[in-house]
Write a protein that binds this ligand. Sequence first.
Ligand code: ATP
Ligand code: MG
Length: 382
Amino acid sequence: MKELLMVRYGEIFLKGLNRPYFIRALVRKIRYALRGTGSNVWVHDGRILVEGYDDPETVVERVTHVFGVHSVCPAVEMPKEDFDALCEQAIRMMDGLKGTFKVNARRSDKRYPMGSPEINMEMGGRILDARPDLKVDLHHPEHVMNVEIRDQAYLYVRVIPAVGGMPVGTNGNATLLLSGGIDSPVAGWMVAKRGVQINAVHFHSFPYTSEQAREKVLDLARKLSFSCCGIKVHIVPFTEIQLQIRDRCPEEYSTLIMRRFMMRIAEAIARKTESGALITGESIGQVASQTMEALGTTDAVVSMPVFRPLIGFDKSEIIDIAKRIDTYELSSLPYEDCCTIFTPKHPATRPKKEKVEEAETCLENPEQLIADALAGVEVVSV
Ligand code: ATP
Ligand code: MG
């Protein structure tokens, strides 16, 4: 008898010709998540199995956070020939469970001497003999004793839900504008969940923003990198651009102009890293630079799609996800972001694109500013 973990993946995405590609990608990501645990991850009979670990809790915890995993089932594998032994094992696995149950047998080995209904009846009867406190409920059971008869028999009761989504890398790359705030890590996580490899850009305005602010962003990227399978963070020196905007441009448009520069630089980095889109943590109306008109003026400077997965979320909903993905505490550390320095007293909330463009002409050589920022980029892999 052997204990192992059966990994279930979302069925919807597995139809058609992409299935083997998807499974291979998922296996790679599970192996990555389990490195150092001594586990062996392999595909057998169309299923992903994990075995050979000492610490099941750690393995379950890690696998349930891998994008593409729908649920995991701690199972036992044993020889199928001895039906008495299967029933004894099933009774052991029902230990501690209360309420109603049913047995659900499936048989891919059609030569097995018992049919599925017969296994259900016989095993269900024996469980009831051993556990008269339990009741059978065929329609809405609290527990299902699953029995799969394949080359071996597999038994499992517990189904532990996992994060879902698709394996990272199966849907291309995108570049996340990562601040030290609450929103952008959540936005990156949501897009990564859909199978997208994340690449991050952070704008840093030293000495107006501190060394701790930079470290905080790297720590956030490290947190995300467990689910996102490693992230490259591009740290962009942004001080000169911010100072010039502060000194030369009309104050009411300064935040918008700053955001337009962020988008231009992020797009240049995105192209270099073969990203197909930009991602931001904006949501409609959250601040002056996130009104519909303001978002329109920031989008106008890039030709790549901009993904804003939080666009319709309230702050409290974003905070709930941040807590769930464990970025909230880090995000709440009180270090200044470059968006919060030099903020105008009365930012334009319904800016016209032409007005912002005109305000931007106060800058002498914007191309050079962008080129200098790009030349100073530092890349940190986390
Ligand atoms: P967040 O919690 O993500 O910081 P926020 O509510 O503070 O969001 P803003 O400061 O207006 O919002 O920023 C909007 C978006 O712009 C962020 O979600 C992020 O994607 C991007 N952004 C802001 N500041 C930076 C930065 N310093 N580096 C990279 N991206 C940034
Ligand atoms: Mg912010």
